[in-house]
Design a protein around this ligand. Structure first.
Ligand SMILES: [Zn+2]
Length: 246
């Protein structure tokens, strides 16, 4: 049972591990030390006690929220009360690695409020070093128990990368960086039967789930200790339904 909230369902964050992270963060600057004290304080009193849950419960909660969103029965969120509750900290129950596509809005798609989701977004929803570091912060400092890589149907970034690879063309500006990051998924499915775009979107999710799972030392340890689950899913643009793929 959790000594903080009395809940039997969540995995408590080891004090030693938290201290280890704070030691790393606190050595750099006074600002980090102040933040460290805030984290320690937050650990005693999570601003959203209902978010202190196990990885399995976190996933059930995400999918239940998506069902409400699909059915058009999303909850009314009291942003005023949430703002006040969250002014001293945060303890999101899930991290989401989403595409930057404007049609995919994780907070809406899972019918969640402020302080519930820790969202990293980049066109093509792949894990960069910065993205991994962001989730390390969520897991280590905020005790987030679940990370979901969320791809989506008709992803323009994946589609453009497929076109560039198939035609051997170089996209303008910084876009080749996106192609490089998405290309492992595309190359893995180019010779597979079925729709190349749909296959690549799914494969891109699968590969980035694996990348996050083995990201040492923080995420890999969380997964090994079963304190963090990493899952993958794809968002259907027309229905809003999110299907798990890993
Ligand atoms: Zn996209």
């Amino acid at each position: 049972m959790c000594l903080r909230c009395g809940d039997t369902g969540h995995v408590d964050q080891p004090v030693v591990a938290r201290r280890g992270f704070l030691k790393l963060a606190g050595g750099a600057a006074v600002g980090f030390a102040v933040a460290g004290r805030a984290f320690a304080e937050q650990a005693k009193r999570p601003p959203k006690p209902e978010n202190v849950v196990s990885p399995d419960v976190a996933l059930e909660r995400l999918m239940a929220g998506n069902r409400r969103y699909v059915e058009g029965v999303a909850r009314r969120h009291d942003f005023k009360a949430e703002r006040e509750a969250l002014s001293m900290g945060q303890n999101p129950f899930a991290g989401i690695l989403s595409c930057a596509d404007s049609r995919v809005a994780p907070e809406y798609a899972f019918d969640t409020g402020r302080g519930d989701l820790f969202v990293v977004r980049v066109a093509g929803n792949f894990a960069t070093d910065d993205g991994i570091a962001s989730f390390e912060y969520a897991v280590q400092a905020l005790s987030t128990p679940l990370i979901m890589v969320l791809g989506h149907e008709a992803c323009g970034a994946v589609s453009a990368a497929i076109k560039s690879i198939k035609e051997g063309t170089t996209l303008p500006g910084h876009l080749p960086a996106l192609v490089t990051s998405i290309s492992p998924a595309i190359k893995a499915v180019l010779d597979k039967p079925g729709d190349t775009l749909n296959n690549a979107i799914k494969q891109n999710v699968i590969l980035n789930v694996e990348k996050l799972k083995i990201a040492a030392p923080i995420l890999s340890k969380g997964v090994e200790d079963k304190k963090v689950h990493v899952v993958g899913a794809v968002y259907n643009l027309a229905s809003g339904r999110i299907d798990l793929v890993t």
